[in-house]
Design a protein around this ligand. Structure first.
Ligand code: ADP
Ligand code: ZN
Length: 222
């Protein structure tokens, strides 16, 4: 049983790492961004509210986000731990997560920080394409992780789509928000001795072997 928080700028690879951990470690994957996109797709009240913020590249207010997550936490009790992808994004959310886990006699066990230079973010994100099939959720990049057939998912054959907020203007704003709010979590988790930093470079394709290495080396060094 292990709960992992993924920290990193937009487009740093949190989704890819989550998918791998989900598959290889039998962990549940909680992605607040995916939850919001699902609410938007279903045209719920929550979705309508969230969309205003997401389209601008801002954070959805903490109260909305934390309540949404609280409502979902109990759906994941049978898994071998949870990967939190995109939550927490500020100290207030980190404290809320701690409390939610504490109520279940659990804690955050590891924070994987995907450290990637800013210059690469916009480039990576603009070229990102994702599988439209929610069950699959595969992530591609037109530059260094191309699908075999244009616009089609290698794994399940569904159509690939581009996220509406993966445009240069919104990404610039998301990056700004990341530096203003999310980056302080690095220090926060460093002080709690939970942070494990992985340095990533341009055009790197995160692999199953890499994520296993990170877990192994974290476990050996703790
Ligand atoms: P990325 O990490 O590439 O920005 P996400 O899918 O995690 O992508 O998030 C997309 C958008 O959803 C964010 O820009 C933000 O508006 C909203 N969002 C996701 N998670 C949170 C969160 N924990 N708190 C507030 N807003 C969030
Ligand atoms: Zn697919």
């Amino acid at each position: 049983m292990m709960n992992i928080v993924l920290l990193g700028a937009p487009g740093s690879g949190k989704g890819t790492v989550s998918n791998l951990l989900e598959k290889t470690q039998n962990m549940a994957h909680i992605a607040t961004g995916d939850m919001f996109r699902e609410e938007i797709k279903n045209k719920t009240e929550l979705g309508k509210k969230a969309q205003e913020y997401i389209d601008k590249g801002n954070l959805v207010p903490d109260e909305i986000t934390i309540n949404m997550l609280k409502g979902k936490m109990n759906e994941y009790k049978d898994s071998n731990g949870v990967v939190f992808d995109g939550f927490p994004r500020n100290i207030k959310q980190a404290e809320a997560l701690e409390q939610m886990l504490k109520d279940k006699n659990q804690k955050v066990d590891l924070v994987l920080f995907l450290d990637i230079p800013d210059e690469e973010i916009i480039y990576r994100t603009v070229k990102r394409r994702i599988c439209s099939n929610k069950e699959c959720g595969a992530i591609y990049n037109l530059e260094y992780k191309k699908p075999k057939v244009d616009g089609i998912c290698d794994i399940c054959g569904s159509k690939l789509i581009q996220r509406k907020d993966d445009n240069e203007e919104t990404i610039t704003e998301r990056l700004k928000v990341y530096h203003e709010q999310t980056k302080e979590l690095i220090k926060y988790y460093e002080e709690k001795k939970l942070l494990y930093r992985v340095k990533l470079h341009a055009n790197i394709n995160i692999t199953e072997e890499m994520t296993k290495e990170w877990l192994k080396s974290y476990n050996e060094n703790r």
